[in-house]
Design a protein around this ligand. Structure first.
Ligand code: IMP
Length: 427
């Protein structure tokens, strides 16, 4: 059985949590392979509504093994809080495994994320301030502390004391802030380590064994391709790759194992944080999308910027992800609009382009070229068969498929698990 990867095709918040929750039903294993608690995956299922930040969205199925892969950056304090709240709601966590290679978010990462953002002033990235950038920078600079390090207290103490001396020099000398105490950080992280020890293990073997057995393995992406540090709107990006290619590296198996890539796209666009957004609607239509879609950040509560579907950006992210199918989410949010727009090209310096530029300065100068389609103006949230959707809604989906050269295998018309139209079995 090959691996299925579910990835975001826009700027995050596409509704991946719901799609993973749904596909997890037929899976044996769900693996998160990137990001950290900057992600907020909302899942609504018969057990209630959950806002997951770190734990894979497969946790609600008792027979699914859930792995937090080496590609994640994990804040143990946040993870323990999330685990406690899940346990209180009766969710069994005995099948939660944390890669011993996953990097940890340390108190200096969150502190520096905030200090760096403040020092950027009007040029701030609008990060979630969860320490993501500083933690992934440390990973690549070989200055990280990994989950497995917590299991060897002496080694951890030695490494932390060296690192903290260096971090405190930056905190005090560059930013003029208060240094962190080695004893406090060490004690705190030893306690986290003791509580998490039973979950920390070598997870690549588990994944290999599952694949060997022919198990169904689902890879859960975080954020979206337009926040990728290489292909996103850099530097207004996150610091780990949300792309399907990372599913293999961030979990530890070969890329040849990935058989399907489901790109999740909202039927419109949204973005949190700064950076160019060509189809942004700074008017009452944008406001209406935000209110109808409750477009406020799961993690930060920030209002999301909203706009029409951008097919130029989507074609690009479909390509860099190698999507084999699409999941179009939140189609129901468009139910009330008499006319809908899809951006099919950008106008740049008097010319129409259909490629997504690398430079944010260029992207900021691009004006969207729209195609208008009729709306359907009836509720779609109770529809479960594609053929029963109003003709205009089918036309809208068909146009997205055509523009992206990819079939819409799943269409979501509400937040609940059952509010889904499945046109092709994925798992
Ligand atoms: P960071 O990942 O906290 O460093 O934030 C970098 C950028 O990515 C900011 O614009 C954030 O708003 C955005 N971002 C990070 N995680 C998410 C997410 O899960 N959904 C949407 N935007 C995100």
């Amino acid at each position: 059985m090959s691996v299925v990867a579910v990835v975001g095709g826009q700027w995050g918040d596409e509704g991946k949590g719901k799609i993973v929750d749904m596909l997890a039903e037929k899976s044996n294993m769900v693996v998160r392979f990137s990001g950290g608690d900057n992600a907020g995956h909302t899942v609504v299922n018969p057990l209630g509504q959950f806002a997951l930040k770190l734990v894979p969205s497969g946790i609600f199925y008792p027979r699914v093994a859930c792995i937090m892969g080496n590609g994640m950056a994990i804040n143990p304090a946040v993870l323990l809080e999330e685990m406690d709240s899940l346990k209180q709601r009766g969710i069994d966590l005995s099948r939660l495994y944390i890669s011993d290679r996953a990097n940890l978010i340390m108190p200096y990462h969150t502190l520096l994320d905030g200090l760096e953002e403040e020092s950027r002033g009007g040029k701030a990235i609008g990060t979630t301030r969860k320490g993501i950038g500083p933690a992934f920078s440390d990973k690549i600079a070989r200055l990280g502390i990994r989950a497995g390090d917590l299991l060897d207290k002496d080694g951890f103490h030695e490494r932390l004391s060296r690192l903290l001396e260096y971090k405190n020099a930056i905190i005090t000398k560059v930013f003029g802030a208060e240094p962190l105490s080695l004893d406090e950080v060490f004690q705190q992280y030893c306690e986290y380590g003791e509580r998490l020890a039973q979950h920390i293990c070598e997870t690549t073997v588990m994944i290999a064994d599952a694949l060997e057995r022919g198990d169904r393995v689902l890879m859960e992406g975080a954020q979206g391709a337009l926040l990728d540090p290489d292909f996103g709107t850099y530097p207004f990006a996150t610091s780990s790759s949300p792309l399907a290619g990372e599913a293999s590296i961030g979990a530890g198996f070969g890329p040849t194992r990935i058989g399907s890539v489901i790109g999740v796209f909202k039927a419109y666009c949204s973005r949190v944080g700064a950076g160019p957004f060509p189809t942004e609607l700074d008017d009452e239509t944008g406001e209406l999308i935000r209110e109808r879609g409750h477009e406020y950040g799961t993690v930060t509560g920030r209002p999301r910027r909203c706009g029409w579907f951008d097919a130029v950006a989507a074609r690009f992210t479909r390509r860099v992800n190698g999507c084999t199918g699409l999941a179009i989410t939140r189609l129901d949010i468009l139910d009330t609009f008499p006319r809908l727009k899809i951006c099919t090209g950008y106008e740049l310096d008097g010319q129409i382009i259909d490629n997504f530029p690398a430079s944010v300065a260029t992207l900021a100068r691009c004006q969207p070229v729209y195609e208008e389609l009729p709306g359907w103006q009836v509720s779609t949230s109770d529809i479960r068969q594609f053929e029963q959707l109003p003709r205009e809604a089918r036309q809208y989906v068909a146009r997205l498929e055509e523009l992206l050269s990819c079939p819409a295998d799943i269409i979501s018309v509400g937040s609940a698990r059952e509010q889904t139209i499945v046109r092709r079995d994925i798992m």
